[in-house]
Design a protein around this ligand. Sequence first.
Ligand code: 3EB
Length: 325
Amino acid sequence: MIGSGFVDPDATCGDDALARIVFGDASGRPCIENGVPTLRLDMRVSARDGFAEIWTSAGPIRSGSINDLVFAHNDEFLFCAGFIPPSDRYTGATRQAYGDAFALVRELKFPKIFRMWNFIAHINGANREGLEVYRDFCRGRAIAFERDYAHASGMPAATGIGTWGDGVGFYFLACRESAVRHIENSRQTPAYEYPQRYGPKPPSFARGTQLRDTLFVSGTASILGHETVHEGDLQKQCSVAIGNIAHLIGAENLEKPGLRGGYTLRDLDKIKVYYRHSADLPRVMKLAQAAFHPDASIRYLNVQICRADLLVEIEGIASHRHRSD
Ligand code: 3EB
């Protein structure tokens, strides 16, 4: 199986480490450090508040790099990270980087991507043509998915969010098995079906991806159907985002794709709460702590969010670990 945790940014990795993502105050291309693929993201968090997300899986691990991608895998799971240099147009480079990533998963025979993250600098800024950077990125990503990714596999759970660094840092996890299910939320339009008013090509991701007993929850915001709701109201946006997660992972929503049981908010862990305005932190913390299990790991990151009217976005991982209490 595969697991993750939030640790001290300079904690040493064990030999079961597949990857390390350092959420701190520096960014750059991913590299291999002591055999472990490492991606540094500038999230404007001080040394004291910074953390590293570590992915682990048992069994002999091999790491390497190709085409500006760094990767590590054992027999079951592949981690891969990449970087798109800063530019005033992202469509082509994103298509290329994602195309390279899809070629790698085919080559190494990990065809099922089950979770992706994208950290996009100046996400609400404009590119050379006046198109929003996020929309420019989405266009390249969508073309890569259309042309270079096995159609039947579907699009995985993802996060697309701001960063204070340069360019686009991205990372993803893939596996070999077919028991991967991408899940939509009946309260939200599938992102890949958003109308054109949100950009020339829609975002390419599923609301969640189930792998065995674990449900990876995509970045989730105050969006109902395809529309942002409660512009300017932090508390209501938090409540809709959290309500969207509760609905996504609940028994009723999972019944449609034929998954039984479901989860509650108390089953959510490894939570990241992204919030737009630094002054909102105390309120965001209070709202998140009230909603999630007291033992859940939660990290708060102050960055821009892909729609200018969104104040908060939340992701996490649901499993039955907390079921007994
Ligand atoms: C949304 O629901 C909010 O572009 O990969 C959430 C998760 C969002 C992933 C992505 C964007 C992405 O549209 C934004």
